[in-house]
Every structure is written in C-alpha cells, then in structure tokens.
Design a protein around this ligand. Structure first.
Ligand SMILES: Nc1ncnc2c1ncn2[C@@H]1O[C@H](COP(=O)(O)OP(=O)(O)OP(=O)(O)O)[C@@H](O)[C@H]1O
Ligand SMILES: [Mg+2]
Length: 465
C-alpha cells in the first residue's frame, strides 16, 4: 500500500519539476481530500481555509495544472479528477517499483510542507534526545542543532518531525522542512509561498525585513515548526549580508510569535549560547557521537562483527554514524570484515576516514586566529605526551614559554572559540580542581600531522595575538 505521505512526496516532486514550485498548503489540503475521498466541506474543517476558497479558488486551478502537466506522467488518458487521483498515483508509484523502504515512509497524520525530511532507515540511541527536543520546540522560538559532519543532526531532526507529525493532537498548525538556500530574501519568500501567505507578501521588491514582518505576523496567529537544514549553504555566502542575517535571527528569537525555527548547522551560531543564558527563548543542542552500545549496533547492522576493543572503537570513530558506516564499508571491502585489523593498525583506515571529514573542517581551522591555532597546537602536543586531560595552568605555562605572553582571559576566549569548531572537550573546574581539556584522539593526530599547515597559515594571518 502507498501511504498518503509517500504519495504527497511523489506528487510534490513532480509538481516541482514542472513548475519550479512545490504544492502550497491549500493545494495539499485539496489533494489530501481527494486521497482520503472526502469532500471540500470536510477538507475545510480539517484546515484553516474556507470551503469556498478550497473549492472555487484553489481546486479548479490545481486540477487544471495536474491535467495539463502531470496527467501523462500519471498514465491518465481521460480527465484526471479527484475520483481518479488516488488510483493513478498509486499505480504510478507501484509501477515504478520504488524501493520498499520508500513505500513504508510514514511521516504521520500531519503533512510536512516544503521539501521532505529524509528517510530514517535506522535510528540508534537517541530517543532521549528526541524527547528533549520535543519539549524544547514547544518552549522556544529557535532551536539550534550543531555538530560535526555526519554526526546525525539531520537524522535527529527528521525523527523529531516524524514524532511531531504523528502526534494525535497537533502541537503546531503546520510543519515545514526546508534546506537553506541563498539569498535569504528568496528563502524567506519561499517559506511564505509554502505557507500559502497572500501574494502581496511575495512582491519581489519587498525587503527582507518587510517579508520577515509578514511571516512573523502570520506566526502570531498560527503556530508553525520550521526546520531549516544545511544552514551552512546560506551562511557561507553571506558576506556583506551578515548583518541582515543577524537581524533575522534576533527577530525570530525576540519578537512575539508562535513559531519555532529549528536551525541545523555544523557550527553553532555566534552568540547563541549567550542569548540562551540570558533567558531568551532559544535552545542550543550540540549533537555528539553515539555511545558505545549504539556504535557497536550500527557496525553490526552493517554486517561487521565486533568482538573486542570497545573503547578503541569510540577512540577511532568518535561515535560518528557517518564515519562508522564508511568504516564498515571499507572493512568489508579491504579487511574481510575484520574490524580489529584497522583498529590495531597505527596508520588506521578508520583515522583516515575521520581525517577526510576533518579536512573540510580544516577550512574552518585555517580561519582561526593566531592565538587559537597556537593553543590548538600546544594542546595537541601536550595531549600526545599523556592520556590525562591537560590542565588549564599547564596550557597557560606552555604557551607563555613560547615567544608570546597571553592573559587568562585571552586563553579562555581562545578555548571557547576552539570548542565551536573542533572536537575539544572542556572538563569544567570544580572546587579543588582547575578546568582541563581533552582532544578527540584522531583529531589530535590530525593536528600533529598537519601542524606545518596550521603554523604556515598562522604566519600569514594579520590578526594580532
Ligand atoms: N541515530 C542514528 N542511528 C543510526 N544511523 C544514524 C543515526 N544518525 C545518523 N545516522 C546515519 O548517519 C549518516 C549521517 O547522518 P546525518 O546526515 O543525519 O548527519 P549530519 O550531521 O546531518 O551531517 P551533515 O553535517 O553532513 O549534514 C546517515 O547515513 C544516517 O542515516
Ligand atoms: Mg545534515
């Protein structure tokens, strides 16, 4: 059987390929009624639109478009109408013999607008995180998910959306999932089209802030969960538009509305924790690696048998599901499925897979200031001498023996900035013990191996130490 959610994804993609625009909320309500075989009155009862608007304004235009552009793809020779819609879509999907996992795709009772959250073929060890996020989205206007590449941010958010959409009573009037794109104006305009906000709001000449005012005004009346994935696609290009983006975020957080924006980005946004600590309705969740049990389960589900070396699995792969999957694949192809071979091998393949993902992060490292790079190098050097965490005072004295003098507050600022971009862990101070730091082992090796590049880029930096 084909689920409504799967049918919607299919028709939505088809519509997008024909007119460059996905289905709006009202159009989805019309199609949902055709799918569920109920009339426009019931469709209106289940939505925020009037029967008249759905039946007289939205439906005729939509059926005309479907007939002109999609009927052929759906194998309909006569007129495609609400009576034929379900069987035509079902037959096309089943005829295409799409992967069975896709057929099982169940988002839930409430439709997700925009692009769709990715499928979750497997979800290990993060049920508690979903529960915590479920609460956070009800209490905050902005929830940020950050974490390294492949750590599972998108998957976690997809599970959250699945959970929200399958609740008996909706927490939100609408749910949108959208990958970020540039420029910000177009992105916000796209959100408004998805929410079917009046055309006057989509005047191309309107400025970003005016568009945002309309969107937030709408969100005062109707609550919406808006997930924005891959924010880096937008952030990387901002340049001179950075102030606009900063205002966008401040307004989303500070203005009174009933929406919640879930932002997914590898790095946390600047100042987000400060806003949270000031008691503003914003919540930051740093997504860390899976625990040992889930890491082992993931490897096993990929066909790798795990006998020993549990701690080294974490040391080597950091519980990063993407890295674990790549490693499993390589172990099967080159090490006859024997994981121990790569874990015991010093030039381990596991590390090289992780390094590939650090390479991308290296771009971020090269953007760090001179002091931060220096701290990173000293930390890596000290961490290679001992398996114990590095104490604040030791780090301070090692830095001051080099030809620089730094203050405690400089060091704290540098560490805080490093924590945002690197797998560095701060063990907070408590009475009798000073703060200590650890570097994720593979990352430490990576820094040592690439020390020359880090020093080289520092030399060209014009930032004062
Ligand atoms: N909890 C989990 N259990 C099992 N597999 C997972 C889990 N979380 C993520 N994965 C798998 O790991 C891979 C990477 O996950 P995902 O795409 O969510 O990472 P990401 O943090 O969004 O990465 P990026 O920064 O590149 O967007 C995917 O193949 C996903 O299916
Ligand atoms: Mg992602």
């Amino acid at each position: 059987m084909v689920s409504w959610q799967h049918a919607l994804t299919f028709v939505n993609d088809l519509a997008f390929s024909k007119r460059g625009k996905r289905l709006g909320e009202a159009e989805i309500k019309v199609l949902e009624a055709a799918w569920g075989k109920y009339d426009y009155k019931q469709a209106a009862d289940k939505s925020r639109y009037t029967q008249n608007y759905l039946q007289r304004t939205v439906a005729p235009k939509l059926w005309r478009f479907l007939n002109e552009e999609l009927a052929e793809e759906l194998g309909v020779e006569e007129k495609l109408d609400k009576n034929l819609f379900r069987s035509a879509v079902e037959q096309t999907i089943l005829g295409d013999k799409l992967a069975p996992s896709l057929l099982d795709l169940q988002i839930g009772q409430q439709a997700v607008l925009g692009s769709q959250p990715p499928e979750v073929p497997q979800f290990l060890g993060r049920d508690a995180e979903v529960e915590a996020l479920l609460q956070a989205i009800q209490e905050n206007r902005c929830v940020m998910l950050s974490g390294l590449q492949g750590i599972g941010k998108t998957t976690l958010a997809s599970m959250l959306v699945r959970k929200v959409s399958s609740e008996e009573t909706s927490i939100f009037d609408s749910i949108i999932w959208q990958s970020a794109y540039y420029p910000l104006e177009d992105f916000v305009r796209g959100l408004m089209i998805t929410l079917d906000l009046p055309q006057t709001d989509t005047d191309p000449k309107r400025s970003l802030q005016a568009l945002l005012s309309s969107l937030l005004l709408h969100l005062r009346q109707e609550s919406s969960l808006i997930v924005i994935d891959n924010l880096e696609a937008l952030l990387k290009k901002l340049g001179d538009s950075q102030p606009d983006f900063d205002v966008f975020i401040r307004r989303v957080i500070e203005e009174n509305h009933r929406g919640c924006f879930v932002l997914i980005n590898r790095q946390p946004l600047d100042g987000i924790e400060l806003l949270q600590s000031l008691g503003l309705p914003v919540f930051h969740k740093k997504v860390d690696g899976l625990d040992i049990d889930s890491s082992v389960k993931l490897l096993e589900s990929e066909g790798i048998s795990v006998k020993k070396n549990h701690q080294s699995i974490i040391d080597t792969f950091s519980g990063n599901p993407y890295v674990l999957k790549c490693a499993a694949d390589k172990v099967k192809r080159f090490y006859s499925g024997n994981l121990d071979n790569i874990i015991s091998n010093k030039t381990s393949l596991g590390s090289s897979i992780l390094e590939e993902s650090f390479n991308e992060r290296f771009i971020d490292i090269s953007l760090l200031g001179r002091l931060e790079k220096k701290v990173l190098l000293v930390l890596a050097e000290e961490a290679s001498k001992t398996s114990e965490p590095i104490a604040f005072s030791l780090l301070m004295s090692q830095l001051n023996t080099q030809e620089i003098t730094i203050s405690e507050s400089d060091l704290i600022a540098a560490i805080e900035s490093l924590e945002r971009v690197c797998p560095i862990e701060i063990i907070p101070s408590h009475p009798g013990n000073e703060a200590c730091f650890t570097l994720q082992p593979t990352f430490r090796k990576y820094i040592m191996k690439n020390a020359h590049r880090i020093v080289d880029t520092s030399k060209h930096s014009s930032q004062p130490v």
